[in-house]
Structure formats: structure tokens, C-alpha cells
Design a protein. Structure first.
Length: 94
């Protein structure tokens, strides 16, 4: 049992987006569709759409072009801070 058990759906989505960024024309873009995200996370497209709206409203991600999102600084820092914390916890786990 790892720390992922305690993550909420918004963070799971943000982390998936962060982990799937692709460089396109010198910009990191998330190329996944909402359908693909839903399949990866075991969520409906409607649930993904709702979570994406929440992440946008709270300044974690932004819509760059039709259906393509970018992670904003707040989202990037959130995931990177989590990754550091997870690494520290793993270091001390038995």
C-alpha cells in the first residue's frame, strides 16, 4: 500500500497530465483527450471534464488550444512537491 491510496481524483488527474506532457513548438502540451484520460484513470468523460474545469478555475492548468491543456506554475509546483515528499517517504519505508 503506497501513498497513492490517499490521493484525490483532482490530484490523480493533475499528476497524469504532468506525466504526459509533450514538447510541441517549444511548449509543453498535454496531447491526451478527455476520453483517453478517463480510460487511464478509470473515470467517465463527464467526471474528467468536471475535474478539468476545477483545475482550470483554481489555476493549475489552462486550455492552450482546442482540447490541449498546459500545466501552469501552480500545477507544476504541486506535482513536484508531491514527488519530493513521496521520494522522502519511500526512502524511510520498510
Amino acid at each position: 500500500m503506497g501513498i497513492e491510496l490517499f490521493l484525490n481524483d483532482k490530484f490523480k488527474l493533475l499528476k497524469l497530465l504532468y506525466d504526459n506532457q509533450t514538447m510541441i513548438l517549444d511548449k509543453k502540451i498535454i496531447p491526451l483527450t478527455q476520453q483517453e484520460i478517463g480510460v487511464a484513470l478509470g473515470m467517465s468523460k463527464a467526471k474528467v471534464n468536471s475535474l478539468i474545469g476545477d483545475l482550470q478555475e483554481n489555476g493549475y492548468i489552462a486550455l492552450e488550444t482546442r482540447g490541449k491543456y498546459v500545466i501552469l506554475d501552480k500545477g507544476k509546483l504541486t506535482v513536484e512537491d508531491f514527488n519530493k515528499t513521496e521520494a522522502k517517504l519511500n526512502k524511510y519505508s520498510i
